[in-house]
Design a protein around this ligand. Structure first.
Ligand SMILES: *Cc1c(COP(=O)(O)O)cnc(C)c1O
Length: 393
């Protein structure tokens, strides 16, 4: 009766989790507003509205909307004056854009280990890798949990480093009640298809620094200035602008964000409690200062000896039980073939190496159904553990 679905048994679930992304009449209404206006591009009033609203909601004075999250990072580094000769600290695990943005502006990424419990950049390791050439640090708030900004900001200040947050996972996340605009020079967001707010593609840079924001805006808009003409270009910029259609969808998505985060948080609390009795399964630990985790993902890791199976067997068995789950990034960023050719530096990264072997994440939609839907994750996990215990005894 304890036959695992992967061995032909009945799966814990045969109904899918809620689909992602979601949309409704509000998206439609705002899209129509752009469609029937004469401004479909980046000068749409909806883009301005999104920039101001999103920045304000994230404790920042200024916002600049761009085409995607990768360009948001590249533009932030350019506007911060990071370039050839500079080193930039980045976590060893993230989406490639965190590191490639550094390489694209001609600087050298320095890969720093992550912390075992939070999956975020390890402040001690970051400090240890800092040299005279280090100009900046990109902090990723992995899965929607803000990194330890107390320690990171302290050491960044003492070494005069520019701090940029890659907040692609962290729409609405808080550290001591402060959202991503509250620390560092700038924070960048992504609105790619899977993200907690989506327009298919999209990005946004927020900051409290007026001069930096003016540079971002000019470099992202063909080197123009607010007081100059359409055909007057003052710096070597490019076109990074977001369209009115993207902004329309995002304004509607923003109205739903708070409620969606609360749902994920409530379901996750139940899941954490329900998993407590299953040995060898560990979920990302949340320090008290991370006062609002937005659960774009729920990461965790498997202790093979305690659980009775390794991560790969766990992921395959859980998927067969009807739970969408993903193995962690297959390798740290520096092991991508592109870094065989590009200048970079790698610190000691034992945790990052381990995480590729033993870690996994649950996507946000597994936390967006009913409590019972989410508890199926715990039921399936326990089932796998029990079945393996029986086969090994
Ligand atoms: C999604 C993501 C980005 C940006 O991705 P785009 O697809 O270009 O919007 C950057 N960093 C991280 C950590 C991400 O997950």
């Amino acid at each position: 009766m304890l036959k695992l679905a992967i061995e032909g048994g009945t799966p814990v679930r045969d109904t899918p989790y809620p689909a992602w992304p979601v949309s409704g009449p509000r998206e439609e209404e705002l899209l129509r507003r752009v469609l029937f206006s004469e401004q479909w591009g980046g000068y749409s009033e909806l883009v301005t509205e999104l920039e101001q609203l999103f920045a304000g909601l994230h404790d920042a004075r200024y916002g600049v909307a761009v085409a995607n999250g990768t360009l948001a990072l590249e533009l932030s580094l350019l506007a911060a004056g990071i370039g050839p000769g500079d080193e930039v600290l980045v976590p060893a695990h993230s989406f490639i854009a965190t590191a490639s943005a550094v390489s694209r502006v001609g600087a050298v990424p320095v890969f720093v280990d992550i912390d075992r419990r939070s999956f975020n950049i390890d402040p001690e390791r970051a400090e240890a890798e800092t040299t005279k050439r280090t100009r900046a640090m990109i902090v990723v708030h992995f899965a929607g949990q803000i990194a330890d900004m107390d320690r990171l900001e302290d050491f960044a200040k003492s070494r005069s480093l520019i701090v940029i947050s890659d907040a692609a996972h962290a729409h609405g996340a808080e550290w001591r009640g402060l959202r991503a605009g509250g620390y560092g020079l700038a924070s960048t967001f992504s609105f790619q298809n899977s993200k907690a707010m989506s327009a298919g593609e999209g990005g946004l840079i927020i900051s409290n620094d007026e001069e930096f924001t003016a540079r971002v805006r000019s470099l992202g808009n063909g080197g123009r200035r607010p007081d100059g003409g359409w055909f007057e270009h003052f710096e070597l910029g490019s076109n990074f602008r977001m369209t009115g259609f993207q902004a329309a969808v995002l304004l509607a998505q923003l109205e739903r964000l708070g409620e969606q985060v609360r749902l994920r948080r409530d379901n996750t609390e139940e899941l954490r409690n329900a998993l407590e009795g299953t040995p060898g399964v560990y979920l990302q630990q949340q320090p008290e200062a991370a006062s609002a985790h937005t659960l774009y993902l729920l990461p965790g890791w498997i202790d093979e000896d305690e659980f009775g199976a390794d991560r790969d067997d766990f992921v395959a068995a859980l998927e067969a039980e009807g739970i969408p789950v993903r193995a962690f990034y297959p390798h740290p960023l520096y092991k991508n073939p592109m870094y065989e050719k590009l200048p970079h530096r790698v610190g000691e990264c034992p945790v990052a190496e381990e995480a590729s072997e033993d870690s996994f994440w649950l996507p946000q939609r597994t936390l967006m159904g009913s409590v019972e839907d989410t508890l199926d994750i715990a039921r399936a996990t326990l089932k796998i553990h029990e079945a393996l215990k029986l086969t090994s005894s």
